[in-house]
Design a protein around this ligand. Structure first.
Ligand code: CS2
Length: 475
């Protein structure tokens, strides 16, 4: 195990919301390395949004955990000590909000996944989100939505007479910082217009592109740490060696020297972000649905199959056509490197993990680039395949008739819509196209896209994912 180089006296400078595996493998690792290189009291206080047991577990370990980098030639285990304290949000919302009024805290980072934002298809507060609805209807009760929590924290900061904060989204959403800033501003405007003005004047919401493939920890993760490090660590996680962080240079105050840890601090992240969302995440979703339908457990199994790998590579090539060029970006080399990362034999990234929350992921991963392909009259085959495979997956049965448990915030509406359309592929596609809250960018209103999706869905029904993928490749 590689020991942490951080001093035990390290102070806290960052409040992080969302203590999942991804944060512990990504921002925590960059921040630990940045402090090791350049110093600064940038320890992290991390908030578990739903899981108090995880916060308790980490606190029992003084915030330390093992990070396993799964390299094809063998694992490397790092001791992580950058998280100085963990907190649990449930039942302690005001306490967490108050942490934003600590002068030592200069940055709030956020990883709450796509659905955690409570945003509508129009990127405004989603009034059908129970947390958002609660906060708007009961402004005197502790907030339940992300925007409500951040607004409450910023209100306390203003009352304490402190300067503004940098609030940085690290989720896989287009213009993630702009989105979070807009939601907070909309919320603050409702609560107190003068607060909204203070936020606009003093706080910053930079966009950032984050990347590190991080499967959920399993018993194998814990067994490896126990045998290599000699202690039980149920907060251990594993990740790939690769990592990338591109951050918009827009801060309200100081920040860690993340560039010393390899992050890129740039004026505009859009080109990096679009490439990553469409090539990596878009392909991930395609792989996840094809894999889950034909019973492949993990991403590496799907790209290990030559036929399916060819479909995925084609999807990357077609997605690359939708990007605008920027200095330093090479989508072709990026795509080749992605295939190698996906095939990493040491990473067991479950298709079902990626397949969840499709209604929140497909808009930016599949529908937005498909829109560009339609507008420029280019190939849409693999985009329609991903859409059809998602619809088939959402129907709840794989190619061998085994049940699939749909995990999606719109699951009830999706199930209802599909149940009403019986077995007809055209009716199922139409039902999904009509789903309230699905940001399909007009793609599911387009005759050419609909035709291709219906055709592929009926192929998936008749011959399964393997044969349908071969047809899409040759279309
Ligand atoms: C994945 C991402 O679960 C998913 O939807 O596509 O978590 C992906 O592994 C990361 O964005 C990689 O950086």
């Amino acid at each position: 195990m590689i020991r942490s180089p951080l001093p035990s006296t390290l102070g806290v400078g960052i409040l992080h919301l969302g203590l999942g595996a991804f944060h512990r493998a990504h921002q925590a690792a960059f921040t630990q390395d940045a402090i090791a290189e350049a110093g600064g009291d940038w320890g992290i206080e991390a908030v578990s949004m739903r899981n108090p047991a995880l916060a308790e577990l980490l606190n029992r370990q003084n915030g330390t955990y093992s990070l396993i980098e799964r390299r094809p030639e063998g694992p490397r285990i790092l001791e992580m000590t950058v998280i100085r304290k963990a907190r649990a949000l449930p039942g302690r919302v005001q306490e967490v909000a108050s942490r934003m009024a600590d002068p030592a805290i200069r940055i709030v980072t956020v990883t709450v996944t796509e659905k955690g934002y409570g945003a509508s298809a129009e990127r405004r507060l989603n009034l059908s989100d129970p947390g958002v609805a609660h906060d708007l209807l009961a402004p005197d009760e502790p907030p339940q939505s992300l925007a409500g929590l951040i607004t409450a924290g910023l209100a306390k900061r203003r009352t304490a007479g402190l300067g503004g904060l940098t609030v940085m989204s690290c989720d896989n959403l287009p213009e993630n910082g702009r989105l979070l800033g807009a939601l907070v501003s909309e919320f603050a405007e409702e609560a107190d217009p003068s607060l909204a003005r203070w936020i606009a004047d003093t706080c910053r919401f930079p966009n950032s592109m984050v990347d590190r493939i991080t499967p959920a920890a399993t018993d194998k993760t814990f067994e490896l740490v126990e045998s290599e490090v000699g202690k039980v660590d149920r907060a251990a996680i594993e990740t790939e060696p690769f990592r990338q962080w591109v951050i918009e240079d827009d801060f309200a105050g100081p920040r860690p020297a993340w560039e010393e840890a390899g992050a890129l601090i740039v004026p505009d992240v859009a080109a990096f972000e679009t490439m990553k969302l469409r090539l990596l995440n878009g392909s991930h979703s395609l792989i996840a649905y094809l894999g889950a339908l034909s019973g492949y457990p993990a991403v590496r199994d799907v790209v290990g199959d030559a036929g399916r790998r060819a479909v995925v590579r084609r999807h990357m090539a077609d997605s690359a056509e939708t990007l605008y060029s920027a200095p330093g970006l090479d989508p072709d080399a990026y795509a080749d490197a992605l295939i190698t990362r996906f095939a990493n034999p040491a990473i067991d990234h479950r298709c079902l993990q990626i397949a969840m929350d499709g209604s929140q992921k497909l808009p930016q991963r599949i529908f937005a680039p498909a829109r560009t392909q339609l507008d420029t009259e280019r190939g849409i085959g693999t985009f329609a395949l991903a859409t059809a495979a998602w619809i088939k997956f959402a129907g709840g049965r794989d190619d061998n008739g085994r049940g699939i448990d749909l995990n999606d915030p719109l699951a009830d509406n999706i199930r209802r819509a599909l149940a009403a359309s019986e077995d007809s592929p055209a009716a199922r596609v139409a039902a999904i196209a009509g789903l309230a809250g699905l940001a399909h960018h007009g793609v599911l209103d387009n005759a050419r896209f609909l035709r291709a999706t219906v055709e592929l869905l009926s192929l998936l029904d008749r011959v399964g994912a393997r044969a349908a993928a071969a047809v899409a490749l040759n279309s």
